[in-house]
Write a protein that binds this ligand. Sequence first.
Ligand code: SAM
Length: 208
Amino acid sequence: MFRNFLKNCRKPHGRIGRFVVKAMNIGHSSISEWGLSHLSAAEYRNILDIGCGGGANIERLLKRYASSRVDGIDYSEVSVEISRRKNARMLGKRCAIRQGDVSALPYDNEVFDMVTAFETVYFWPDIQNAIREVRRVLRAGGLFLICNDASDPTDDTWTSRIEGMRVYGKEELTDMLSNSGFSDIRCDINEKGWLCVTAAAVDGKGEA
Ligand SMILES: C[S@@+](CC[C@H](N)C(=O)[O-])C[C@H]1O[C@@H](n2cnc3c(N)ncnc32)[C@H](O)[C@@H]1O
């Protein structure tokens, strides 16, 4: 039962998936707020939240950037359904939520000013390629924010229970980001081990 719950963190599915996604909307609120506290006062007009889960972070971003557009994407049908429900009032106005994989983002080059990824990069199958995809859809100077509550690759508490999960340390993420067209990479780890990484897309026509 518990394993089934955890499996649904990777790709929420069915009845348990719906429950997990709603639980994550509540359970992840502190780390999300902490992650967002790393943003400067800059405005971001077009924002994409990847692995949007139940859509709480889309809602948060829509509130924080009251005249911006915030889109979401997730490869789980259940996550997309719950995210759309949570942000129903904004859909078709300042928000669109699509089903899709980070490995092949269904967006044109250089269309977003910020991309966020909360508690999701652990599950991306080819993370280096995924980071290149993020770079491709970001405008030069755009910001990529990664926020994870696990940051120690040697700690297998979760990876031993969730198939396909991998924890990345700040050095590995920094290397992958700098190899994929990002600079000004900043990592913060708090006393709970939460990790927030921000990185700026360097100029290069979306091709790192
Ligand atoms: C642990 S949940 C986090 C959800 C949300 N970001 C939050 O903080 O509550 C991970 C989410 O990432 C999504 N995800 C995992 N791998 C993905 C991929 N390759 N492409 C798109 N979404 C993915 C899952 O479907 C799931 O909704």
